[in-house]
Design a protein around this ligand. Sequence first.
Ligand code: PEP
Length: 251
Amino acid sequence: MRKNIVAGNWKMNTTLAEGVNLAKDVNEALKGFTPNCDVVIGVPFTHLASVNAVIDATKLGLGAENCADHKSGAYTGEVSAAMVASTGATYVILGHSERRQYYGETSEILKEKVALALENNLTPIFCIGEVLEERENGSYLEVVKTQIEEALFEMSAEDFSKLILAYEPVWAIGTGKTATDDQAEEMHAFIRNVIAEKYGNEVAENTSILYGGSCKPSNAPQLFAKPNVDGGLIGGASLDAESFMGIVKAF
Ligand code: PEP
């Protein structure tokens, strides 16, 4: 059966010292209790190795927030999937709307990133989601379906089964405006159905689909109670160990 997962996305926040302290705080909070979900933190590239050194990998997963769409070579400033894996990280967030919006990441580019992540044994947390206009004009289901089809549906069922998906309505990210539990459930059930049509029920039922967008300790319990919501990708609230743990404990 699919896993429940709460994953943090620190984005471009924290200095190295602050990040290591935050990771230590989350790690400490996980000692002595077993959450009803997997817990992951997605941290800046610069922090990966140092954070890996202070966390208990059996309780807290570590991921990057991106990786390059090329294996290696003359790509100044880029960080490859192999480099990410070499730090001890085992997850990578890919296709976040901020990467799509500000850095021009297309489905073609993302396809390469996903393939390289898998080649390096990283679990992609693959983000999809519509902008406000698409929510309001009613095309949101179709938009998300296209994002999934374009970037992921050339994969084998075996490879697709290694992914985690994160539905993140762009209008809810960092805005304080959360999708209602019913809006999230409608989309998550739809996504699962899209997966089932392509890869069959077993793959669909085993795929974890996280919700992201202004998720916090106060709204997480309602969202996570929905049958197709398997956890959250958490931005702002993951920058404070107590609020992040509040969301972990929503399961
Ligand atoms: C995110 O960036 O993945 C996210 C969900 O951000 P926030 O929780 O701050 O809306």
